[in-house]
Design a protein around this ligand. Structure first.
Ligand SMILES: *Cc1c(COP(=O)(O)O)cnc(C)c1O
Length: 399
C-alpha cells in the first residue's frame, strides 16, 4: 500500500491555507473511479461533494465541452446566448418554475435569491426586510450567505454579519408558525434536507406545510437545492417529493458535473422582481457552462437516472441497515435517494483518512455523520464495495 505522504507544507505552498486537505492528489478519473499519482485506484463515494453525479470524465460531457471549446467560450451577457435560453427552458420544464438567473456557484445562486427577497421587501416599502433561515443550515461562504448559514463556525471572525435574517430550528413548523403575521418578513430560505448539517431529513409534510404558511403570509418560499438538486434525491428536485413548487429555487453543484455553473430559478411574483440593471454576472450562463449543463440533463433523462438514484439509494440504505443495525457504534441511518448519512454515537472524522487507505472516498460532516454522495452511475459491484468498506470501517471503531 502506498504511504500517505503529507503534502501540506505550509512554508512552501502558495495557496491560502483555507482547507485542511488530505495528503493525496488525483490525476485521472473514469466513472466512479479515481486514480492517484502512484496509479492506485479509489472508489469515489463523494462525487466532489455532490458535483460529479454522472461520474468523472464522462465521455459525452467531454465531447460537448470540447466541441463548444472549439466554437466559442464566452461573449458576455451584453449579447444573446442561445444555449442559455435553452438551458433556462429545460430547468423550468423540469422544475415547474418560470425563469432563471445564471451564475457560477451555489453561494451566488443564493445571493440571487436573497436579492430577490430584499427587492420584494423594497417594493413593499419595508425598510428592514427579514428572511427566515434555519439552524444547522449551509448556504455558502459569501458575506450574505454565511450570514444566512446556521453554523457559528462559519460566522467566526467575519462579524458584523449581514443583517436581516431570523433563525428558527430546522424541521420546526411551530417556530415558523409563531412568526406568522409579521409583515417585515419577506421570505423563508431552507434546504429541503440539510447536507452539510448532517443529512438531516425533515418530517414528511414539512415542505408542504411550509408552502401553505408562506402562501398565507405572502412570504416567498425559497429552497436551496444546491446539494439536493439535479436528481441526487431520486427526484429532479427534492421538493417534488411533496408535490409543491417553491417561489425561488437555487441550483449549482451537479448542474455542470464539475463545470462551474449555478442558477437561481423563480416563479410567479419572484420571477418579476429583478429587472435590467439590478443583478448581473460576467461569466454567468456562458456558452461552455450552458452546453455542459444541457448535456447533463440530456444524459440523466436518456439513462433514466432519476429512478436509479431512488432505487439504488433504497438498496444501499437497506444493505447498511442489515449490516450495521446490531453495532453499538450506530446511532441512525438516514437517506433520500443517493444522499446518505450514517450517524454514529461518537465523532468519526478520522474515518475519512482510514477510508482513503482502503481505496474509498467518503466524507464526515457534523462531527459524527458519515456522508455518502456516490455518483448516480454507480454499478452493483461498486455499491457492494462501498457497503463492505464502510461496514469494515465502522466495525473497526472502538465504541
Ligand atoms: C455547497 C452548498 C452551497 C455553496 O455552494 P458553492 O458552490 O460552494 O458556493 C450552498 N448551499 C448548499 C446547500 C450547499 O450544499
Amino acid at each position: 500500500m502506498t504511504e500517505l505522504i503529507d503534502h501540506r507544507d505550509h512554508t512552501s505552498s502558495s495557496v491560502m491555507p483555507t482547507y485542511s486537505r488530505l495528503p493525496i492528489a488525483f490525476v485521472r478519473g473514469e466513472g466512479a473511479w479515481l486514480w492517484d499519482q502512484e496509479g492506485r485506484r479509489y472508489l469515489d463515494a463523494l462525487s466532489g461533494i455532490a458535483v460529479c453525479n454522472l461520474g468523472h470524465a464522462h465521455p459525452e460531457l467531454s465531447k460537448v465541452l470540447c466541441d463548444q471549446a472549439t466554437q466559442l467560450w464566452h461573449t458576455s451577457n451584453l449579447y444573446q446566448i442561445p444555449p442559455q435560453e435553452q438551458l433556462a427552458k429545460e430547468l423550468c420544464r423540469l422544475s415547474g418554475m418560470e425563469n432563471v438567473f445564471f451564475c457560477n456557484s451555489g453561494a451566488e445562486a443564493n445571493e440571487g435569491a436573497i436579492k430577490i427577497a430584499r427587492a420584494l421587501g423594497a417594493s413593499r416599502h419595508i425598510t428592514e426586510p427579514k428572511i427566515v433561515v434555519t439552524e444547522g443550515s449551509f448556504h455558502g461562504r459569501t458575506l450574505a450567505t454565511l450570514s444566512a448559514t446556521g453554523n457559528p463556525k462559519v460566522h467566526q471572525g467575519f462579524e458584523p454579519l449581514v443583517p436581516g435574517f431570523i433563525r428558527v430550528p430546522f424541521n420546526d413548523l411551530v417556530a415558523l408558525e409563531d412568526l406568522s403575521g409579521r409583515h417585515d418578513i419577506v421570505a423563508v430560505l431552507v434546504e429541503p434536507l440539510q447536507g452539510e448539517g448532517g443529512v438531516r431529513i425533515p418530517d414528511r409534510g414539512y415542505l408542504r406545510q411550509l408552502r401553505s404558511l408562506c402562501d398565507r403570509n405572502d412570504w416567498l418560499m425559497m429552497l436551496d437545492e444546491v446539494q439536493t438538486g439535479m436528481g441526487r434525491t431520486g427526484h429532479w428536485f427534492a421538493f417534488q417529493r411533496e408535490n409543491i413548487v417553491p417561489d425561488v429555487l437555487t441550483v449549482a453543484k451537479a448542474l455542470g458535473n464539475g463545470f462551474p455553473i449555478g442558477a437561481c430559478v423563480a416563479k410567479g411574483k419572484a420571477a418579476q422582481i429583478l429587472t435590467a440593471g439590478m443583478h448581473g454576472s460576467t461569466f454567468g450562463g456562458n456558452f461552455l457552462g450552458c452546453r455542459v449543463a444541457l448535456e447533463v440533463i440530456r444524459i440523466i433523462e436518456e439513462q433514466s437516472l432519476i429512478p436509479v438514484a431512488s432505487s439504488l439509494g433504497q438498496a444501499l440504505h437497506a444493505r447498511f441497515c442489515q449490516k450495521l443495525a446490531h453495532l453499538p457504534q450506530l446511532k441512525e441511518i438516514r437517506s433520500q435517494g443517493l444522499m446518505l448519512g450514517i450517524e454514529l454515537q461518537a465523532p468519526c472524522g478520522h474515518l475519512v483518512a482510514e477510508a482513503l487507505k482502503k481505496g474509498l472516498l467518503i466524507n464526515v460532516t457534523a462531527n459524527n455523520v458519515i456522508r455518502l454522495l456516490p455518483p448516480l452511475i454507480l454499478d452493483d459491484g461498486q455499491a457492494e464495495q462501498l457497503v463492505s468498506t464502510v461496514v469494515d470501517l465502522i466495525s473497526g471503531m472502538t465504541s
